[in-house]
Write a protein that binds this ligand. Sequence first.
Ligand code: HEC
Length: 109
Amino acid sequence: MNTKLVLLATACALALGLALPSRSKTIQLPPDGTQLKASALPGYAKAQGNCVACHSAEYMLYQPPTAPRPYWDAMVKRMKQVFNAPINEADMPEIVDYLVKTYGNEQPR
Ligand code: HEC
C-alpha cells in the first residue's frame, strides 16, 4: 500500500477528529462517603470518632486484607505521630483490634 496515501488518510482522520465539535465532558468521581464497616467491637465507635475525620473509610479498603495486627498498630501510630491525629493512647488497642478484625488478616472467613 502507498505509504503517502496512508499518511494522508491518517492526517485527514486526525484533522476531522480535531474539527468535530468537542462534547462537554463530565467526570464522575466516586463518592467520598465510604463508611467504616459496622461492628459490635468496641473499637468500631472509637474508629468512627478517630479515623474518618481527615479521610473517608475508603482508605481502609485499600489496605491488604492479609495485613496483620502489627501493620494496623503501626498505621494508627503513624496517623498520630506523622499526621497529628488526636488519638488517645488508651483507645489505640481497641481501634487496632477493630481494624485488624474488620480489614486485616483476622477477619472472620
Ligand atoms: C489528622 C488527620 C488524620 C486522622 C485523624 C487519621 N488519618 Fe489516616 N491519613 C491521614 C493522612 C494525611 C494520610 C495520608 C494521605 C496520603 O498519603 O494521601 C492518611 C492515610 C491513611 C491510610 C492510607 C495508607 C497510608 O499509609 O497512607 C490509612 C489506611 C489510614 N490513613 C488509616 C487511618 C486510621 C486507621 C485512622 C484512625 C486511627 C486514621 N487514618 C486517622 C490523616 C489522618
